[in-house]
Design a protein around this ligand. Structure first.
Ligand SMILES: Cc1cc2nc3c(=O)[nH]c(=O)nc-3n(C[C@H](O)[C@H](O)[C@H](O)COP(=O)(O)OP(=O)(O)OC[C@H]3O[C@@H](n4cnc5c(N)ncnc54)[C@H](O)[C@@H]3O)c2cc1C
Length: 303
């Protein structure tokens, strides 16, 4: 019997001691709770294993998708043909040295924020409440309330398509609004280093609490979503334009323009990727007709 490339990769991953799940539904790994099964999901147990898997995937001609917390993704109902590399728990070390904090790509942003707070370090408060990983945060240059990863990152270490480790300094990261040099590249982020500043723990905590309260007040956190569906257009807000265009509550199947915050498309229950795509397309078309602005998706669409 001839094994497919994906099956060979899964077998090698098992030999390396990595977690391997075949036919794993992506809905269980995305905050939208949407997405069919992938052929195989591999959780690398170390940077060395990840490096080996990158090389083997290339050799066997297997498509790969890097997944953090899946909080900025809309995955196809048909799932993903190939291997999903889940960057999570084994690659989630967090350490603090002076005013430097280092974190593995799989570390949840919220835990990195808490580690900074515990160490009396300020600068990451903005990220408290962003439900992604360090890897996803770097990739997206995640930001909120006037802060972004760009403000704190000093270097990022990746595995490149040759399976080699490479460290980029802050000036090489090409960070701008929801963009980094890693968007569209084959590099897999394995860790990041951030420089923070000393601060009063009570002030840091107050800022984190304030941002969390604002999120809970403004965002539809009671329904699955991927956060802001669209990027902020120059000089305006996607949510405002969507509301002005009369689209609050616009629904297709289980997907809806949130009634609480028009910048979010939410899964009201049983939404498919096709439902969300239909809402996105209708919103883009209508907002362009009514306001002249063509909204750009912030959410990554994975097919
Ligand atoms: C309720 C809610 C609120 C949100 N609020 C904010 C907010 O305030 N600000 C904000 O910026 N975002 C926000 N988001 C969006 C999301 O949390 C961020 O974009 C986050 O940084 C994504 O991280 P992730 O680990 O979930 O990435 P994923 O969704 O898993 O992946 C996103 C992209 O990054 C790539 N990627 C992930 N990890 C790696 C890696 N290690 N190496 C290479 N590529 C990688 C993926 O392939 C994909 O293309 C919100 C989302 C939700 C659901």
């Amino acid at each position: 019997m001839t094994l497919t490339g994906t099956e060979r990769l899964a077998a090698e991953a098992e030999k390396l001691g990595c977690g391997v799940k075949r036919g794993e539904p992506l809905a269980g790994h995305t905050t939208f709770r949407i997405g069919g099964a992938c052929d195989v999901m591999i959780t690398p147990d170390s940077v060395e294993s990840l490096s080996r898997l990158v090389l083997l995937a290339r050799e066997y001609g297997v498509r790969t998708l890097v997944l953090g917390k899946g909080s900025n993704m809309l995955c196809a109902d048909e799932g993903f043909r190939g291997a999903v590399l889940l960057i999570g728990k084994p690659l989630d070390d967090i350490s603090v040295e002076g005013d430097i904090i280092r974190a593995g790509a799989g570390a949840p942003l919220i835990l990195v924020c808490l580690a900074a707070f515990e160490a009396g370090l300020s600068g990451l408060e903005f990220a408290y409440g962003i439900p992604g990983t360090i890897g996803g945060g770097v990739y997206m240059n995640a930001g909120a309330y006037g802060g972004e990863m760009k403000d704190v990152l000093t270097s990022v270490t990746v595995i490149d398509r040759e399976g080699k480790l490479h460290t980029y300094g802050a000036d090489e990261l090409d960070l701008s609004y929801r963009h980094s040099r890693f968007c569209g590249s084959d590099d897999i982020i394995v860790s990041a280093e951030m420089r923070l500043t000393r601060g009063e723990k009570s002030d840091i905590e107050a800022r984190m609490d304030d941002f969390m309260t604002r999120r809970k007040d403004k965002q539809p956190l009671n329904f699955p979503s991927a956060g802001s569906t669209f990027k902020r257009p120059e000089g305006d807000f996607a949510g405002r334009l969507i509301q002005e265009s009369g689209l609050r509550g616009y629904t297709v199947g289980g997907a809806q323009v949130s009634e609480k915050h028009c910048g979010f498309v939410v899964n009201k229950g049983g939404a498919t990727c096709a439902d969300v795509m239909a809402v996105i397309e209708y919103v883009r078309k209508t907002v362009q007709e009514k306001t002249g602005v063509l909204l750009e998706c912030e959410v990554k669409i994975i097919k």
